[in-house]
Design a protein around this ligand. Structure first.
Ligand code: GLY
Ligand code: MN
Ligand code: MN
Length: 470
């Protein structure tokens, strides 16, 4: 493809995928509602917001529980779902008569799975919802409402708002993806791969952070508000800010490196992909350029080994530890730390070079819910004390989609406390590497009965990139 053709994504709205998805989620929701001792649940998409003292606001983003049933293209503010075990789920779709904004059509392709009613005013929609609820139960305290607390006008007096007995079970179940969700995430990965390929080309031609950002948007066919999260496009020392949020309009005179963490969103499901590049040559000291280039190659092997270690029944906390053990090897063999790898690991020195967790669950949310939840009733497993940023502590199981994203950064604020009191740090090399910022490599993997499906690598292959680490 030369970049002007449209890429055709994998078919997703097929009768088989939709049937299986709605059968699965309906089963989960019905069972959850029954187990939590409710008669039904009303899921509210949410309300459009305005900025303070302003007449416009952020792009509307629906409640993720709603998005599991209704893709974002149709997830109109004020719409809601009425889900009642044994009854067809009803979508109350809000379609105002509006000439300021275009109004989406109802999702008629889902009419085999949902009963769709359309309303042109919020008052009518609320009235219908209330009547519907009254027909389905005589016990308003057995009605659960899932949505933002601000939706006061719909909320029945005795309805239970976001009851934890229900939310915990739903969050827990969301980790295992249906085939439709997996297909959406494969497409989100293809969008991400297209964006990353264009970003890499732009960088190799000397593009600025802003140029790279725009190249990513264009190739992945997304505008900013459609991204699953704000692009992280960091050149040189900016890569040491884990969630760097700006885009410089000018390429630095000494261009050393690029870290780009950016993904695609397809039917509301995310990909979350990071790649790091080094310039073929830079004005930085030859020694530092050679060291960073070698570190980058080593980090790619490091990430490969971690991806290959993911397996059902495995412990992500152990993988987090393995990440630090391997990082200790890399830092010592590259003479960044002048002690043994065992000492570096045992004294936690690697933690100053990688303060984030190895990864997290992925799905409707980039940091998807339930990563630290070990039972459906909501019991949590906190991360180990020395890895407080680890978002994923529950056992790895089949059909989860998770990220594997080891990093190695030169972050002055974390390194500085060691400067005058630790003999193991090679400050000459560390100071020379700070202008390169850091390295992160991130893939998204689905857990299979044995081993994994690497959604990210497969997407790069699908678009014709054969290098395992484009
Ligand atoms: N893009 C944020 C993360 O990788 O977790
Ligand atoms: Mn990321
Ligand atoms: Mn991530």
């Amino acid at each position: 493809m030369d970049g002007t053709e449209r890429y055709s994504y994998l078919p997703i709205d097929t009768p088989e995928l939709l049937q299986e998805h709605y059968t699965e989620i309906q089963k989960t929701w019905w069972q959850t509602v029954t187990d939590a001792k409710f008669d039904l649940v009303v899921v509210h998409a949410g309300q459009a917001q305005l900025f303070f003292e302003d007449d416009h606001g952020p792009t509307f983003k629906a409640n993720p529980h709603f998005l599991q049933w209704i893709p974002p293209e149709y997830a109109v503010a004020e719409s809601c779902l009425v889900i009642c075990p044994g009854k067809t789920t009803r979508l109350l779709f809000f379609q105002p008569s509006d000439y300021w904004h275009a109004v989406p059509m109802p999702p008629d392709h889902l009419s085999g799975h949902l009963e769709i009613r359309t309303f042109t005013t919020v008052a009518d929609l609320h009235q219908h919802c209330t009547e519907q609820v009254e027909q389905l139960t005589k016990a308003p305290e057995r009605v659960a409402f899932v949505g933002e607390p601000s939706c006061k006008t719909l909320l029945g007096k005795d309805w239970q708002q976001n009851p934890s007995s229900l939310i915990h079970r739903l969050n827990f179940a969301r980790a295992a993806k249906t085939n439709y969700e997996l297909a959406a995430m494969r497409n989100a990965s293809i969008m991400g791969a297209l964006g990353h390929r264009a970003a890499a080309n732009c960088f190799s031609e000397g593009g600025s952070e802003f140029d790279v950002h725009m190249a990513f948007l264009n190739a992945s066919e997304q505008n900013e508000s459609e991204l699953p999260y704000g692009n992280i496009v960091a050149q040189n020392h900016h890569a040491a800010f884990l969630h760097y949020q700006f885009q410089d309009r000018h390429t630095p005179t000494e261009l050393n490196s690029l870290l780009i963490d950016a993904g695609g969103s397809y039917r509301g499901y995310a990909s979350d992909i990071t790649r790091t590049y080094v310039t073929a040559q830079s004005n930085a000291a030859h020694e530092a350029h050679a060291a960073f280039t070698s570190l980058l190659a080593e980090m790619r092997n490091h990430q490969d080994r971690l991806v290959n270690a993911v397996a059902p029944g495995g412990s992500y906390v152990e993988l987090q530890q393995l990440m630090h053990e391997q990082l200790a090897e890399i830092l010592t063999t590259h003479h960044i730390l002048k002690c043994s790898a065992q000492e570096a690991f045992a004294h936690g020195l690697t933690e100053a070079f990688c303060p984030h967790g190895l990864g997290h669950l992925l799905g409707l949310q980039v940091h998807d819910v339930g990563g630290q939840q070990i039972t459906e009733s909501g019991e949590l497993r906190p991360p180990p004390e020395n890895y407080p940023a680890l978002r994923f502590t529950r056992p790895i199981s089949e059909n989860m989609v998770l990220t594997v994203e080891p990093g190695l950064y030169f972050i002055p604020v974390l390194l500085e406390p060691y400067r005058n009191n630790h003999a193991s740090f090679n400050w000459h090399l560390i100071d020379a590497l700070c202008p390169f910022g850091g390295i992160r490599i991130e893939d998204n993997v689905r857990v299979l009965p044995t081993g994994i499906e690497n959604l990210t690598r497969d997407a790069f292959t699908t678009i014709g990139y054969t290098d395992a680490h484009p």
